[in-house]
Design a protein around this ligand. Structure first.
Ligand code: SAM
Length: 315
């Protein structure tokens, strides 16, 4: 039974990348690599395109802030990275980082490796050090490392593999979980959050996922996913903005914030950008968009054992 759920969870990566390709095609976001993952993207409805825009831009705002404020060498770790293309986009735009690690199930990483290898525009960005591992399931370069593994075995297995490939717990690191921890039992995701909080000398953790399972909209959301064998196993442990903050604060993190997509849209996105996207498509379903956006949150937290890095993270 669990393998049915696992396969369905891996399938959510197709949804994510198709939505991204649709948002690229409709000019909400720009990305030069997603086209290699989705040849002919179907057109998603305006509320989905707008949601993808705020999700992607919101995360980029937090990551860019980390990359720009922390002057030391720094790492990015993307949990359940799927077909995400950020490494390539950041590299293309010369955003500075020391090393970018991605982890996902082997079925997903093998596909990603094959696509990267087939497309020179991607492969050349990895540089001359690029090489395959684990029979084509993994890919390593000086500043990139794609690892195949199950995040439920993060503390027992995956961390060792990361360390083998140059992951350094003494470097400031931003950890990303974009719609990933929510599919796990909270016992498993809590272990990851605790391990990072206890073992890194300076870290930021960014989570994007669903909340509010209990209202009418939330129940329909869960039922629709259930029809596709997808369970949001972590949602009852962290069902609200407050509990999303608590998941970090109770596990040794110094500071945590959580906002929903409405607030990210209204307060954090550049008003000129909001003006630009409002001209792309007519958004008739404003109420539905607000309701949908209240059910997705972006939470972030930081911890630092070093005073000067802490000051930077607090900026
Ligand atoms: N983060 C990517 C993005 O936002 O485009 C992909 C998101 S997709 C909704 C969820 C991803 O998490 C899938 O690629 C899935 O395979 C991965 N995932 C979920 N649970 C996992 C686990 N236990 N171990 C490894 N990967 C996992």
């Amino acid at each position: 039974m669990d393998s049915v759920h696992e396969a369905a969870v891996r399938g959510t990566n197709d949804d994510a990348v198709i939505s991204k390709a649709s948002a690229v095609q409709a000019a909400y976001i720009s990305d030069n690599f997603v086209k290699y993952f989705v040849k002919r993207p179907p057109r998603r409805p305006p509320i989905i395109n707008r949601g993808t825009y705020v999700r992607t831009t919101g995360l980029d705002i937090l990551i860019t802030k980390f990359l720009e404020t922390v002057k030391a060498k720094k790492q990015i770790v993307s949990f359940g990275a799927g077909s995400d293309t950020r490494y390539f986009s950041y590299k293309e735009r010369s955003r500075p980082f020391h090393k970018y690690f991605e982890i996902d199930y082997p079925e997903i990483t093998s596909r990603k490796v094959a696509i990267i290898r087939r497309h020179k525009q991607m492969y050349t960005l990895l540089g001359e050090s690029a090489r395959l591992g684990m029979g084509g399931m993994e890919l390593y370069a000086d500043d990139y490392c794609l690892i195949a593994g199950d995040l439920r075995e993060f503390t027992t297995h995956v961390v060792d593999r990361l360390i083998q490939h140059g992951f350094d717990t003494s470097l400031p690191t931003i950890f990303l979980s974009e719609c990933v921890l929510i599919y796990m039992e909270s016992g498993d995701s809590d272990k990851i959050v605790r391990w990072v909080g206890e073992n890194m000398s300076a870290a930021v953790f960014v989570v994007y996922e669903q909340i509010l399972p209990d209202d009418a909209f939330g129940s329909v959301m869960l039922q629709n996913l259930k029809l596709r064998n997808i369970e949001l196993r972590g949602i009852y442990a962290y069902p609200s903005l407050e509990s999303q903050k608590e998941r970090f604060l109770k596990r040794g993190w110094t500071h945590a914030e959580a906002i929903d997509i409405n607030k990210m849209h209204d307060r954090h996105i550049d008003p000129r950008e909001l003006e630009r996207i409002s001209r792309l498509e007519l958004l008739d379903e404003v109420e539905e968009w607000r309701l949908l956006s209240a059910h997705y949150c972006i939470a972030w937290a930081y911890v630092a054992k070093n005073e000067s890095i802490m000051e930077m993270l607090e900026q």
